[in-house]
Design a protein around this ligand. Structure first.
Ligand SMILES: NC(=O)c1ccc[n+]([C@@H]2O[C@H](COP(=O)([O-])OP(=O)(O)OC[C@H]3O[C@@H](n4cnc5c(N)ncnc54)[C@H](OP(=O)(O)O)[C@@H]3O)[C@@H](O)[C@H]2O)c1
Length: 248
């Protein structure tokens, strides 16, 4: 109940899916939470679940300069920050031939560049101790058709967890990552697939997962709560894989 009591937490991309469920668990564990999304009207569902105690901040993870503004809003609201869950991300899956520079830059801008500059902007605000959790993906660890750019962006986050940990642990800041396998969230409806193709993709994926099902957002949030809390004080630069065995 009180595993995050008194902690001040920022969750990027908290309006949906894994981010929203994590925000719900953080609040239930006693944290004060701020979440971001790109549009003011994206917070309706979150407001219903989290209430008026949470902060709802419009911020585009793709805008590296905008991360300073986000940090300043967090400073105004919380003063210091104990937990950052870098969760906002997109999955743009395409065959190699269909990639162009702007699509590549869009994925890296949201999934890697924005997070890096957000952490930089928040550095003066992190408490000691503080915990940063990066939402990577099992795609960083496996090979899958059409996932090259997405997987590379998530591999960048895993590398950041290790290297930023090495750099920041002396200030009491731990950086770890979670790598989810396929999790049932609205992300799949954003892939641009027809209902029939989505169904076929989902069935094909489930056959590849030893657990024979998609994961639930709560199964990722459980691990994020652990990494955010002081229970994981000796876990530094690590990766928790939660993928139903997909990467076995
Ligand atoms: N679902 C899976 O199978 C799976 C597996 C591995 C990893 N992941 C990772 O988990 C994270 C969350 O995904 P999800 O499955 O929960 O998907 P989701 O339901 O689509 O949620 C994505 C969240 O990120 C936000 N977001 C996207 N682009 C943003 C931007 N430029 N600026 C600010 N917020 C942005 C979205 O808000 P708005 O669109 O409203 O702005 C939303 O809150 C992603 O990083 C994804 O790569 C998911």
């Amino acid at each position: 109940m009180d595993r995050l009591k008194g902690k001040r937490a920022l969750i990027t991309g908290g309006s949906s899916g894994i981010g929203l469920e994590t925000a719900r668990q953080f609040v239930a564990e006693g944290a004060r939470v701020a979440i971001t999304a790109r549009a003011p009207n994206a917070f309706e569902q979150a407001r219903q679940q989290l209430g008026d105690g949470a902060a709802y901040i419009v911020s585009d993870a793709a805008n590296a300069a905008g991360q300073k503004k986000l940090a300043s809003e967090i400073e105004d609201r919380f003063g210091k920050l104990d937990v950052l869950f870098v969760n906002a991300g997109i999955a743009d899956l395409r065959p190699m031939e269909q990639w162009d520079e702007s699509g590549f830059d869009n994925t890296f801008g949201i999934n890697v560049r924005g997070p890096f500059f957000l952490i930089q902007a928040l550095l003066p605000l992190f408490a000691n101790p503080a915990s940063i959790v990066l939402n990577a993906s099992i795609n960083a660890d496996i090979g899958m058709p059409n996932a090259s750019v997405y997987a590379a962006s998530k591999a960048g986050l895993l590398s950041m967890a290790r290297n930023l940990s090495a750099e920041l642990i002396s200030r009491g800041i731990r950086v770890n990552a979670v790598s989810p396998g396929p999790i049932a969230t609205p992300l799949y409806s954003k892939l641009g697939l027809s209902a029939a193709d989505l169904q076929a993709t989902s069935e094909a994926l489930q056959k590849q997962i030893p657990a024979r099902r998609f994961g639930k957002p709560a199964e990722i949030a459980n691990a994020v709560v652990f990494l955010a809390s002081d229970e994981s004080a000796f876990t530094v630069g690590g990766e928790i894989i939660i993928d139903g065995g997909l990467s076995l």
